[in-house]
Design a protein around this ligand. Structure first.
Ligand SMILES: CC(C)(COP(=O)(O)OP(=O)(O)OC[C@H]1O[C@@H](n2cnc3c(N)ncnc32)[C@H](O)[C@@H]1OP(=O)(O)O)[C@@H](O)C(=O)NCCC(=O)NCCS
Length: 167
């Protein structure tokens, strides 16, 4: 059974490999260029245990198989109490409930943070498992970015989900 814990710097090679798979093989992320280990190590420095930006990882049989993170939503300062999430599992570990486990723990942690008011999940459509997961965890549909991104020669719609954290 997967265990969920906070991310560590030593998880970065595994997380880099997971995100790079989706960067090169799919439109679920709008990142276009593969991440280096240095990039992931820098990315890791933003996370704390009790702040706006947190990282939870899922571990199965001593291997890191996925993560859920809260990240800066927008650079304009009044958006600071809103965070954006990111969730990716190793492609062989999807559909087993691990996504629900790691994402729900991240949301529970964010509920404890006074500085976080809204959580946004941006889902490139269609993505049935991600859509289902957001709805199951209490996100509401906040809007649609019609053809909001262009990847692999096509425009893609993006659904914005909002979690109010009971606030
Ligand atoms: C999206 C993702 C995080 C979901 O995590 P997961 O562990 O695969 O999902 P879970 O097993 O927890 O399932 C969540 C729900 O979605 C449902 N679901 C899973 N795959 C599905 C599919 N292909 N179609 C419809 N529903 C699906 C599950 O049945 C479950 O609902 P239920 O409990 O009512 O049965 C994971 O699949 C993933 O990493 N996908 C690739 C990367 C990605 O798309 N990330 C999200 C970007 S927004």
């Amino acid at each position: 059974m997967a265990i969920i814990r906070r991310g560590r710097e030593s998880d970065m090679p595994a997380l880099r490999d997971i995100i790079n798979h989706y960067i090169t093989e799919s439109v679920v992320t709008f990142e276009m260029v593969e991440m280096s280990l240095e990039n992931r190590k820098t990315w890791f420095t933003q996370f704390t245990k009790d702040g706006r930006y947190q990282l939870m990882v899922a571990e199965l049989d001593d291997k890191v198989v996925g993560y859920a993170a809260s990240l800066r939503f927008h650079q304009r300062p009044a958006y600071a109490p809103s965070v954006m999430t990111s969730i990716y599992l190793h492609p062989e570990q999807t559909g087993k409930g691990i996504g629900e486990k790691v994402y729900s723990i991240l949301i529970e942690e964010l509920k404890k943070v006074d500085d976080v008011h809204r959580v946004y999940g941006l889902v490139v459509l269609p993505n049935p498992s991600s859509e289902k997961l957001h709805e199951k965890l209490g996100f509401q549909v906040a809007g649609l970015l019609h053809e909001g991104g262009f990847k692999f020669g096509k425009y893609h719609d993006v659904r914005m989900y909002e979690h109010r954290l009971g606030k």
